[in-house]
Design a protein around this ligand. Structure first.
Ligand code: SF4
Ligand code: SF4
Length: 426
């Protein structure tokens, strides 16, 4: 079927037939998973629209921005600061990698036992299925886990890549390394865009991204209500969209949704009856269209009320202090915020366990699903500590390892058994 955007996709060099198949698959999955959910907030209509235009309108906007002289910067990780991209007059987009696409091609460049997220971003590029990668002027990576940092070396042969060196610890020398990496990033974006980054435009970038994070935090806080005013599936989707939608439009749409949720909370209405088993998901990030775990939980009689994840609290919880007057001070603030992120790539990383426990308390969770992608060693290793710490506080934890394969039945069986066990304790 011909669409409005065929000429645009052809020009970007996409594999038209495979791309049409991907959009059909995505559209059907979305219609089957999201639309039948009971009592969805009306304001989810905006996010439904964004997904329906996933490779359409937003890509067109990016091309228009490029035609107006802006640069598009693609990222894979919450350590790469969108604030600096905005200060340089650019547009930041998070590249997703949530589907088993082009893995056969990716495995010609990467070991088979690489996590699905990495194989997916390679696969999307190699199979010519991602318009965002094609639109990007620069892809910015980071030396987080071993899989990613080695993958960027190879990815650099396929697209222009800059890699930021993220330290593995959080001591004074590590902080100063990261601060200098931010300074280097400023220079790279200035060269690319021809625009000087000043205290004023960086402060503007900080304000825009802080507003987005504040809206996401407002949404996260509303989920403490019982009954839960929004499903975990919808909340995850919103967090996924936060990485590629226009930030100001996204922020106002999330705030409009939160206004509606405020009314629900006041009226005591929600998406599941009061007293439904409440779970938190913690661990590896879930990129679009990876909806497997919340789908399994929410079709097993539970509701997900929080995500301790980069597609969740790790991305939004802390804001950047925009009060310093000079550029150096603002970059110090940015560096300080990013180094609060509790990625399992850091060693040691005890703060993450404290965060999961405090989220469980605040959101009144009955249990935690520790989700990790197969071959994601950092989160798999931390899952043992997490289980010990959580169970000490009386909160059961399910260690769940999966990938993007068709194992929904097995995931669902394990999650269902966990929900039943947690429910019996209440
Ligand atoms: S889990 Fe770590 S490496 Fe992955 S996106 Fe989050 S911060 Fe980046
Ligand atoms: S999910 Fe784990 S292994 Fe995969 S890129 Fe993120 S940190 Fe690395």
């Amino acid at each position: 079927m011909q669409t409005l955007y065929d000429a645009m996709w052809r020009e970007l060099g996409l594999d038209m037939e495979a791309h049409a198949g991907l959009l059909d698959f995505l559209g059907k999955a979305y219609r089957d998973i999201f639309l039948p959910q009971p009592n969805r907030p009306k304001a989810m209509g905006y996010f439904d629209f964004v997904v329906s235009e996933i490779h359409g309108l937003r890509v067109k906007e990016l091309l228009e921005a490029k035609a107006a002289g802006k640069k598009v910067i693609a990222t894979f990780c919450v350590f790469v600061p969108e604030e600096v991209v905005l200060a340089a007059g650019g547009v930041a987009i998070g590249l997703c990698g949530g589907a088993e696409v082009g893995f056969d091609k990716a495995e010609k460049h990467l070991p088979q036992n690489t996590c699905a997220l990495i194989k997916s971003f390679f696969g999307f590029k190699l199979a010519r299925l991602c318009p965002y990668i094609e639109v990007a002027d620069l892809v910015v990576g980071e030396t987080t886990c071993d899989g990613k940092k080695k993958a960027y070396e190879v990815f650099g042969e396929l697209a222009p890549v800059h890699v930021m060196e993220l330290p593995q610890c959080k001591g004074p020398a590590d902080r100063s390394l990261w601060r200098s990496e931010l300074g280097k990033f400023v220079g790279i974006l200035e060269d690319l865009t021809g625009r000087q980054i000043t205290a004023e435009n960086l402060r503007g970038g900080i304000a825009t991204v802080n507003a987005k994070r504040a809206a996401l935090n407002r949404l996260a806080a509303l989920r403490a209500a019982d009954p839960a005013p929004i499903s975990g599936l919808d909340a995850l989707l919103i967090n996924q969209i936060s990485f590629y939608d226009d930030p100001a439009r996204f922020t106002s749409s999330v705030n409009a949704l939160c206004d509606e949720l405020d009314e629900r909370v006041a009226a005591g209405t929600g998406v599941a009856p009061k007293g439904t088993t409440r779970l938190i998901v913690s661990g590896s990030p879930m990129a679009i269209p990876n909806w497997k775990v919340p789908l399994a939980a929410e079709t097993s009689g539970a509701v997900i009320v929080g995500e301790e994840s980069c597609v969740g609290s790790r991305n939004s919880r802390d804001l950047v202090d925009g009060s310093p007057e000079d550029l150096g001070g603002l970059l110090d603030s940015l560096a300080a915020r990013t180094l609060k992120i509790e990625c399992a790539c850091f060693s040691p990383n005890p703060e993450r366990l404290d965060t999961v426990q405090s989220m469980a308390r605040v959101l009144k969770a009955d249990g935690v699903i520790h989700y990790n992608l197969l071959f994601c060693t950092p989160y798999a290793a931390e899952s043992f500590q997490a289980k010990k710490a959580l169970e000490k506080s009386g909160i059961p934890l399910l260690r769940l390892e999966t990938d993007y394969s068709q194992d929904f039945g097995q995931v669902k069986n394990r999650v269902e058994a966990f929900v039943e066990m947690v429910g019996d304790r209440e």
